[in-house]
Design a protein around this ligand. Structure first.
Ligand SMILES: Cc1ncc(COP(=O)(O)O)c(C=O)c1O
Length: 386
């Protein structure tokens, strides 16, 4: 028997190596749990814990107050008419794509769209038309490109796309596109717009209504201080009956949500962090200042920040010629940077990257950002004469 006790031991309690590090990983900075969420995690960690008093649908549960969270707090926070909790941003996107289109229809995506937008569209059987960006160094997305893409789809397929999507901001450069303009271009062709706010909802102020987006998607584990996987989905009144249509077999269950979504610790941590998330969003100007301050410090060291400048998001992409040069000379090659940062308790730049990497300054604060910038400088100096 291979699954003997000594083998099974390795799956028991596992300590996390990076816990307590200065974290600049874009995937992780917005998902660090608040104290309330940390306590909630053990309190509500048992399987179907939230279903003690369930009448049949997750979003209608009153004890704990999931109903109020989903039907009152979330729509207001997202600036939409109807909201739901999902198992992640990708699940939210898939629910919209699958309900808005049928196999063989077209969708328009921005050139910086995340892979999960592609796979969601593929799973829904949709064809994809991409709105190009301008490439290096700005990766600018021209809102008028949506008009061109919509016209091309209409010409080639005989009908307009069923949906357009904009990534706000994108996960590579942290560029915040002019989503309001994109919404009005799309609406000029009667094409609804989905705002992928995986890096925005829970970090920065956003309102689907103010932007004019018909759908808004967020990621709880990425930007709302929740344990994953969990996401949010906001929909306008017009499209809510389509996306949230119910099963003919089980009259209370919504088809796209497969009846119920985040039914345990994930939704509870999302709710537990929500009061602080609402507050931290109000602090966004300070977060932008911190990002710009950090970027300027790195540029003083010879790094080059790619993407929008001045930058308007904590996610930033850097070119680091100094680190790259070192990687070409030292024994550990391209892993030297990861090791140097690890020894300084800094986590978040992918192991093996030196020439280009992205990072996030969200919630890190000036003091720790200063430590990171100083560490970069120290590392450059350390290898100056190698
Ligand atoms: C821009 C963007 N959208 C969506 C996602 C997916 O989010 P989730 O894990 O909630 O599905 C990511 C994850 O990296 C992302 O970077």
């Amino acid at each position: 028997m291979t699954l003997d006790d000594s083998y099974l031991q390795k799956f028991g309690f596992i300590k996390r190596e990076t816990l307590g590090s200065i974290n600049i990983d874009p995937l992780q900075t917005g998902g660090l749990l608040t104290e309330a969420a940390r306590q909630t995690l053990t309190e509500w960690g048992d399987g179907y814990s939230v279903c003690d008093f369930c009448g049949g649908i997750l979003d209608q549960i009153k004890k704990p107050p999931i109903h109020d969270f989903v039907h009152k707090a979330l729509p207001e926070f997202l600036g939409c008419d109807e909201a739901r909790v999902t198992n992640g941003a990708r699940e939210s996107k898939f629910a919209v794509m699958h309900s808005m289109g049928k196999s063989g229809d077209w969708i328009v995506l921005d050139g910086l769209a995340h892979y999960s937008s592609y796979v969601a569209a593929e799973r829904a059987g949709l064809n994809i038309k991409v709105v190009p960006h301008t490439g290096s160094p700005d990766y600018y997305l021209d809102p008028e490109g949506y008009g061109t893409a919509i016209e091309e789809v209409t010409k080639e397929s005989g009908k307009p796309p069923v949906l357009a999507l904009v990534t706000y901001p994108d996960g590579s450069y942290g560029n915040v596109p002019d989503a309001g303009k994109i919404a009005s271009v799309c609406h000029g062709y009667d094409v609804p717009l989905l705002l992928n706010g995986a890096y925005c909802v829970g970090r920065m102020p956003v309102s689907a209504k103010e932007i004019g987006a018909d759908f808004i998607v967020g990621s709880g584990h990425k930007s709302m201080a929740a344990s994953g996987p969990v996401g949010v989905l906001g929909v306008s009144e017009e499209y809510a009956p389509i996306v949230f249509r119910k099963s003919v077999h089980n009259k209370v269950k919504e088809i796209e949500l497969l009846g119920c979504t985040a039914r345990g610790a994930t939704v509870m941590t999302l709710m537990a962090s929500f009061p602080e998330v609402v507050k931290r969003v109000r602090n966004w100007d300070q977060e932008i200042e911190n990002a710009r301050w950090f970027s300027a410090k790195l540029e003083d060291l010879g790094f080059i920040q790619r993407g929008q400048k001045p930058h308007s998001h904590d996610l930033m992409f850097f070119e680091a010629p100094g680190f790259y040069e070192i990687s070409q000379k030292v024994k550990n090659g391209r892993y030297f940077l990861y090791k140097e940062l690890k020894s300084r308790n800094i986590h978040g730049i992918k192991s093996g990257l030196t020439k280009f990497f992205k990072l996030s300054t969200f919630g890190v604060g000036r003091e720790k950002l200063g430590v990171v910038a100083n560490s970069f400088e120290e590392i450059l100096k350390k290898y100056e004469n190698v």
